[in-house]
Design a protein around this ligand. Structure first.
Ligand SMILES: *Cc1c(COP(=O)(O)O)cnc(C)c1O
Length: 447
């Protein structure tokens, strides 16, 4: 046996052992530990390609859960990390600060909708939602304290079909059914839910769509600290794009009833929908905004919650004298450094043109699928393309087929969607859509 052959055999065995250990001991997101779906071992990723240890190179249609913007293993993003690591990777943010965090906060204030002037850096999207909710609650607590009033505003209002993260406060504003609220009923904060927006982006607007929402505001505003919503795109709730007038009405109702507006831009921020922030479709500014996912271009976990000066000052003048939150890794220097370069790259690469090009290609490529007998609907907004099927997918089978076809697409329920890195070419998008067209013809991929 040649040396090369023995090496290959040895590395195959190592990989098999790794996967076996993974299967037996490592939790994966929303995955059973007793009968897990298979996981694929990744060796590296480059540009829009994810390279498996088994040799296949896959075109990435997922941006690693919406986070990768400029591709994997990007020389400038890599260099930002190396440069920052050469100074320090992290220092505590209590009593210390550093240029990477300060410059990032300055950028975020400049880029986000007007009025969001104070930045709280945190570890992940879910935490940024926790922080946003806590800010809203502490704001009203401080206000009651300062004005010597009883505190009544302790609940949140949201819409059904939403997703805001997996931690407890975030979970309490996720869709009650798909968020499995019954499991945690006894410990979950009880909030109010309006029906999901039903008029789609691009359709004719009618005020009826906000009727139930207006009633809920009218009925409960004394109890409401904040209203929280994903702007324009309900992502995890099925990639549904709703009418900007709905979001505009949310702003109006929050003003009318003295309720804070929290907008969760974790999935939509930094260009995904064709606007830098999806709020811009409705031309509104929220009182609090949550950013995450693409913030570091998919390199590191980092999120941010921005609020108005009024909220920050009211909280700071309240009983506690400060906002009651401070994660260990707040303002992590590596994450901030890579976020700064990722944001610069957006503009260097002309993100608007990148997203428009993807949108145009996706619209053309998905058009023929509209009449596919397994497809209920296809829709495109910015760099997001969704194919809603009539049947649920068999995740294990369809995933294996996608890998065989050279693409990484991970559907859920009845939804096959792509949300590629912004550097993807039309040829690569075509490969993604061709793979989808192929699996749509295969009965075994559906339940
Ligand atoms: C992904 C997501 C979150 C949660 O972010 P994590 O980083 O996974 O905690 C919250 N809100 C929205 C809209 C998201 O898409």
């Amino acid at each position: 046996m040649s040396k090369k052959h023995t090496d290959v055999t040895a590395s195959k065995q190592i990989n098999a052992d790794l996967l076996q250990f993974d299967k037996e001991h490592v939790w994966h997101p929303y995955t059973s530990m007793s009968s897990p779906l298979p996981s694929y071992l990744v060796e590296s990723a480059n540009g829009v390609h994810i390279n498996l240890a088994s040799g296949e190179s896959l075109i990435d249609g997922m941006s690693s859960w919406w986070s990768v913007l400029h591709g994997y293993n990007h020389p400038k993003l890599n260099a930002a990390l190396v440069e920052q690591a050469g100074k320090m990777s992290h220092v505590m943010f209590g009593g210390l600060t550093h240029p990477s965090a300060i410059i990032l906060c300055k950028k975020l204030i400049q880029l986000t909708p007007a009025g969001l002037d104070k930045v709280f850096l945190c570890d992940s999207g879910s935490v940024s939602v926790e922080v946003a909710m806590k800010m809203a609650l502490q704001y009203w607590h401080s206000k009651a304290h300062l004005e010597n009033n009883a505190l009544t505003k302790t609940k949140l209002l949201t819409v059904k079909n939403g997703y805001h993260g997996d931690t407890f406060a975030a979970m309490s504003v996720c869709d009650p059914v798909t968020g499995m609220h019954q499991i945690f009923e006894q410990v979950l904060m009880q909030n109010y839910f309006a029906p999901a927006p039903s008029i789609n982006f691009g359709e004719q607007w009618h005020d009826d769509d906000t009727k139930a929402l207006r009633q809920l505001f009218n009925q409960h505003h004394h109890e409401l600290a904040a209203f929280i919503i994903e702007p324009i795109v309900q992502g995890t709730g099925g990639m549904r794009f709703y009418h900007p007038q709905y979001l505009k009405t949310c702003r109006q109702l929050c003003d009318q009833y003295n309720v804070l507006l929290i907008v969760d831009e974790i999935a939509t921020g930094f260009g995904r929908t064709g606007k830098l922030f999806a709020c811009e479709w409705a031309d509104i500014s929220p009182d609090i905004i949550c950013l995450g996912k693409t913030l570091t271009g998919g390199y590191m976990t980092l999120a941010a919650t921005l609020c108005t000066s009024d909220i920050a000052n009211t909280i700071s003048n309240g009983e506690a004298g400060c906002f009651m939150h401070g994660p260990t890794f707040m303002g992590n220097a590596l994450a901030c450094a890579v976020a700064n370069v990722s944001i610069d790259l957006l503009f260097e690469n002309n993100w608007q043109l990148q997203v428009q090009t993807i949108e145009k290609s996706l619209k053309e490529l998905l058009q023929p699928l509209k009449t596919n007998n397994r497809v209920k609907d296809t829709r495109v907004l910015g760099s997001i393309g969704a194919i809603e099927c009539l049947q649920a997918v068999n995740v294990a089978v369809i995933q294996k087929r996608f890998v065989e076809l050279g693409v990484w697409i991970r559907p859920f329920g009845t939804l096959i969607y792509i949300i590629p890195p912004l550097i993807i070419t039309t040829a690569q998008l075509t490969t993604l859509v061709n793979a989808i067209t192929t699996v749509l013809a295969e009965d075994k991929c559906f339940i």
